[in-house]
Ligand binder design. Structure first.
Ligand code: KIV
Ligand code: NA
Length: 276
């Protein structure tokens, strides 16, 4: 059984093996990433921006998340699946949090859930974990708090804020999270957090010393250009490839170079005769 699990997360940190995570939102992409041997796939609420074209992640609903989770789960065999709890589905009270986290497992076929916040959400994390649902934490630049932060800004630059982030990380570990995302945290602070907690840290824009990395798949493939943060590395420019391919198709159809005989179906001459 080569399924990546919460145990694999712990074992990877112990062995010093980096953990690889990417987002996916549909069956085809999940199947490709899974075939590449990615350790975990996150169905992120980033789908609000990259799939739905919304301005933030805050408008994404539970039902939309569950729909995308189902699609991704059908394409995944090996990777550990993480479903992202959207805004206001775990902040109101712990009962709602468990119910919504449970839907990700029961309906969305995820193996775990992710939610944003440190100390203030630790009791909720503990309650969800008690319901036998593995939780990935997420601290630093948590996009669901963008209205409080006043923009997408690096978190933990001042001493007080850095200290608070360390406490958030320790609170998540203590609450039973199996891993945590560190987003847009200064590299040296991410290093300190990674050394202080025994669970793996998965960095995005948080430098070289995290136990693993996560990025939005559309960003690394060059398919989403509304916003490209400094921490993204583009491994392909699929937007250009698509522009070339679609341009070729349009031109072939207009100039009658597509379809060709090889793309067509035939009917026997006997039948054809009777039709004239
Ligand atoms: O929604 C998302 O894709 C995320 C990752 C970028 C960590 O939360
Ligand atoms: Na997210």
């Amino acid at each position: 059984n080569d399924k990546f699990t919460t145990q694999s997360f712990a074992a990877a940190k112990q062995k010093g093996e980096k953990i690889t995570v990417l987002t996916a939102y549909d069956y085809s992409m999940a199947q490709i990433l899974d075939g590449c041997g990615i350790d975990a796939i996150l169905v992120g609420d980033s789908l609000g921006m990259v799939v739905q074209g919304k301005e933030s992640t805050m408008e994404v609903t539970m039902d939309e998340m569950i729909y995308h989770c189902k699609c991704v789960a059908r394409g995944t065999k090996h990777a550990m699946l993480v479903g992202d709890l959207p805004f206001l589905t775990y902040q109101i009270n712990r009962e709602e949090a468990v119910r919504n986290a449970g839907r990700f497992i029961q309906e969305g076929k995820m193996n775990s859930v992710k939610l944003e916040g440190g100390k203030i959400i630790a009791d909720t994390v503990r309650t969800i974990v008690r319901a036998q649902i593995p939780v990935m934490g997420h601290i630093g630049l948590t996009p669901q708090s963008v209205n409080v932060f006043g923009g997408f800004k690096v978190q933990g630059k001042e001493e007080g804020a850095a200290q608070a982030l360390i406490e958030d990380a320790l609170a998540l570990e203590e609450a039973g999270a199996f891993a945590m995302v560190l987003e847009a945290v200064p590299e040296d602070l991410a290093r300190i957090i990674t050394e202080k907690v025994t669970i793996p840290t998965i960095g995005i824009g948080s430098g070289r010393y995290c136990d693993g990395q996560v990025l939005v798949v559309n960003d690394i493939l060059g398919m989403y250009s509304d916003l490209t943060p400094k921490f993204v590395k583009k491994y392909a420019n699929l937007k250009n490839s698509i522009v070339d391919a679609v341009g070729g198709y349009i031109s072939d159809v207009k100039t009658e170079q597509f379809p060709e005989k090889q793309h067509t179906f035939s009917i026997s001459d006997d039948v054809l005769e009777k039709l004239y």
